[in-house]
Structures are given as structure tokens and as C-alpha cells.
Design a protein. Structure first.
Length: 298
């Protein structure tokens, strides 16, 4: 469903830009170009507002505060990465590569890839080739309903875990971006599945909620409110020691999950990375390499 929404939005924007250019060009080429670039300017502005809010909010956080140069660099990186993700890979390429469950086991541990809010399996396309080259079977899920409760995603994750476990004979590693880490925790709570997962790696997951959650009207968005009722109940329901299953990556330039340390989890292996934005974290070479190494050690 999210792919169809994003396809419609991208095609509408491109059609509107083309129509404006065709209408205005004979009168004023300059006005035609400026008007056609308005959607891009709005996109840059919204992204900039997110980074300003993040940088202000992180003043009182325990994580080292980012330098202004880091914030600007992260803003530009996020502009480019998010444009490619939401404008191409998710709407048009999310089904271009299938899950990989080889008929003959490679002897390596498998992976379940779990995306975040307003995303789909297209997020993980750059991960597929490195995983397959290393012999790791994988399933990348689509979490639906898109704006439903995070608790509803447990059955989707359960099915993916069973598929990967059957193909490999081993408990999988879960690699989760953003809300995907909360969905993994909801799955663990629903199925008491601690013994059926080897490791959970979270990238920019709002374990304690996020400041931006207050503005969401989606059910799952509200569940991610900073120190909100849902994340609080999730933490209270977790047994002692469960957090030890987790490796949590967090950044002081995460423009969606802030304050920065809300993406860490008490009792987990929390790993701070400087100057990396939210979507960018899923493709950051250092983060990807470390995650792939951790999967390989299983």
C-alpha cells in the first residue's frame, strides 16, 4: 500500500512540474524553472526544519552534541538518500528483488529485515547483495497496515522468522530500522520468542519514543511519542535480560529520532555513531559493515 501511495505522489508531482513548465515556458523560462522547483524547495525546507529541531532538542541530551558542520553534512546526505528511497526504490523498485531462501542451506545464519514508519522492503535493497554474497538467507517484510498499531506487525515478523529458520536451521538475526526495532520488540513480547532469535540489531529505533511522535496522527506514530504510554508499557512487559539480545545504533544527527539517546536501550550493546542522519543510517558504510560482521559471527 505504501508503494502505491508514494507512486501516486511522485507521479503527481512530476506531472504538476511538467504542466507548469509547459504553461509558463513560452511566457517566461525563468518563472517556469523557478515554479517547477517549488516542490524540491519545500522538501529541502521541511528537511532543514527537522534538523534544526533535532539540534535544539539535543542540547540537553547525554549524547555528544553534533557540531554545526556535522548537522549540515547530515542534512545534505539525508536529502539525497531520502529522495532516492522515497522517490524511486520504495515506490517503484520494492519488488524488484525477491527474498533469498536457498533450497540448500549455506550453513550461515539467516536475517529478517524489518523496515520503519512509512517505509517498505524497498528500504533494504542495498543490503540484499552483500547478504547473499556472504551466504545469509534473508526475508524483508512489508509491515501493514501502514498506519496501524505496531502490535499488529508481530504476526508478519513471526512468519518471516519461521521461513528463515526453516531455510537455515538456525535462529535468525533481526536487522531493524527505526520503528522496525519496536515491531521486533512487540513480536518478542507477543510470542515470548527470545530463544528463537540470535540477535536484534536496531538502527535509529525510538526505543524511548521520539519528540516528533507528538505530531503524528497515525496509530503507530502516536505509539512512538517520547516517553509515551505504548513504549512505557512495552518496556515494563519485558523480562530482565531481554535487552542483552540487542545492539542499538544511535546518532546525534538523527533528524527523526531525538533526543539522540532515545534510540538506545538500557542493558543493550548501545553504539553511538557521530553525524549520521536517520535514513542515512541504514546505508552508512560503517554501520552496514559492522552489522554484516555481527551477522557473520553468529
Amino acid at each position: 500500500m505504501i508503494a502505491r501511495w508514494q507512486q501516486a505522489l511522485v507521479l503527481f508531482i512530476l506531472a504538476a512540474m511538467a504542466a507548469w513548465l509547459g504553461w509558463q515556458w513560452p511566457r517566461s523560462p525563468q518563472a517556469a524553472v523557478v515554479g517547477a522547483l517549488v516542490p524540491l524547495a519545500l522538501y529541502l525546507l521541511v528537511m532543514a526544519v527537522e534538523f534544526v529541531l533535532m539540534h535544539i532538542t539535543n542540547r540537553t541530551d547525554a549524547a555528544p552534541r553534533a557540531r554545526l558542520a556535522q548537522v549540515v553534512a547530515a542534512w545534505w546526505a539525508e536529502v539525497c538518500v531520502a529522495l532516492a528511497l522515497f522517490g524511486w526504490r520504495q515506490p517503484f523498485r520494492h519488488q524488484s528483488l525477491p527474498d533469498w531462501l536457498p533450497a540448500k542451506s549455506t550453513g550461515r545464519r539467516g536475517v529478517v529485515l524489518i523496515h520503519g514508519f512509512m517505509c517498505n522492503r524497498g528500504l533494504w535493497l542495498p543490503w540484499f547483495s552483500p547478504l547473499q554474497e556472504r551466504g545469509h538467507a534473508y526475508v524483508a517484510v512489508n509491515l501493514e497496515p501502514v498506519m496501524g498499531s505496531i502490535d499488529e506487525y508481530a504476526s508478519i515478523i513471526e512468519d518471516a522468522v519461521l521461513r528463515v529458520t526453516t531455510a537455515t536451521g538456525q535462529a535468525p538475526v533481526l536487522v531493524c530500522h527505526s520503528m522496525g526495532g519496536l515491531a521486533a520488540r512487540a513480536w518478542l513480547r507477543a510470542h515470548q520468542a527470545d530463544g528463537r532469535v540470535h540477535r536484534v540489531l536496531t538502527l535509529g529505533t525510538p526505543h524511548g519514543g521520539t519528540w516528533l511522535g507528538r505530531f503524528s496522527r497515525a496509530v503507530n506514530g502516536r505509539q512512538m511519542s517520547l516517553a509515551g504510554e505504548w513504549v512505557g508499557a512495552l518496556q515494563k512487559a519485558e523480562p530482565a535480560g531481554r535487552a542483552a539480545l540487542f545492539t542499538c545504533w544511535f546518532s546525534n544527527c538523527d533528524n527523526i529520532v531525538f533526543p539522540a539517546t532515545t534510540a538506545s536501550l538500557q542493558g543493550a550493546d548501545n553504539r553511538f555513531v557521530e553525524g549520521v542522519a536517520h535514513v542515512q543510517m541504514a546505508f552508512h558504510p560503517g554501520v552496514m559493515a559492522a552489522c554484516l560482521d555481527e551477522v557473520g559471527r553468529g
